[in-house]
Design a protein around this ligand. Structure first.
Ligand code: ZN
Length: 269
């Protein structure tokens, strides 16, 4: 973890003619990078036009298996184009074995598979939304503290069978433990009982950055509601596919899955 924190210090500052560009953040798969450029500059990353605030702020993110060499294109209003090369630090992922998963969850029925597909589509659509709020610029806090029982990117083996990697961070918490908004935002999604994720809540921090909270016991906010950093939005629980009560916190930049532990930093005791 320490090594990733150091990456925050990595900084790219380019005074190239009229194109200004500053980048800071986590230059590693799963990392989030904060950029600053001219407010009227055009920013393109991986064929995606990246929204820039009136102050010139923007964000980009890298997925779990992101290629390590990236390019960011910045074009000034007078047509100057700057190609910024970005090199990511490679990282390794853990292997996590979990046994005792029920047969229904291991081999869902045709009906369950249909439901799983529908729910996945629904949440994917929510994550593609663009909201103009700027809470993504806040310095994130942990939604709750406790023992970390699952980390981002780990390869999971359920009842001996390799499955999808884990994309959230799991924090053990007894049912009813308050969950705080790690940064402000707007509530964009609430589902009372997803097949795998159980009771699920999405808080959009703006510009594509969104937190998802899984396996919740209670939700204390509504869709469309604005929340502030530290506000209690839910309580942790054991709904959906779990082996015990915990909070699974995920962070996305649109469809790109990021590592929440990087933005939250060292967990306070
Ligand atoms: Zn989890």
């Amino acid at each position: 973890m320490k090594r990733w924190l150091l990456l925050l210090l990595l900084l790219v500052a380019v005074p190239v003619g009229a194109v200004e560009l500053d980048l800071r953040g986590y230059f590693t798969p799963g990392g989030l990078v904060y950029g600053r450029t001219c407010a009227d500059c055009l920013v393109v990353f991986q064929e995606r036009r990246v929204a820039v605030t009136a102050e010139g702020d923007f964000i980009i993110g890298f997925g779990r298996d992101a290629a390590l060499a990236k390019e960011l294109l910045v074009q000034s209003a007078d047509g100057q184009v700057h190609h910024q090369q970005i090199q990511l630090e490679p990282r390794d992922y853990r292997i996590q074995r979990i046994d005792g998963i029920s047969q229904r969850l291991m081999e869902p029925s045709q009906e369950d598979l249909e439901r799983i597909r529908r729910e996945a589509e629904e949440i994917a659509a929510v994550r593609q939304q663009f909201n103009v709020n700027r809470n993504f610029l806040e310095s994130f806090i942990w939604p709750l503290t406790g023992r970390i029982t699952g980390v981002y990117g780990s390869q999971r083996i359920f009842n001996g069978e390799p499955r999808q990697p884990h994309f959230g961070i799991d924090i053990a918490a007894s049912t009813g433990t308050p969950v705080k908004a790690p940064a402000g935002g707007v509530v964009t999604y609430l589902h009372a009982g997803m097949f795998f994720a159980g009771t699920t809540l999405v808080v959009d921090h703006g510009h594509g950055l969104a937190s998802t909270f899984l396996h919740l016991h209670e939700v204390l906010v509504e869709v469309g509601q604005e929340v502030t950093q530290g506000q209690i939005i839910a309580t942790a629980g054991a709904t959906g596919r779990v082996t015990g009560p915990h909070l699974d916190w995920r962070l996305n930049w649109f469809d790109v899955r990021l590592d929440p532990a990087l933005v939250a930093g060292e967990m306070p005791n």
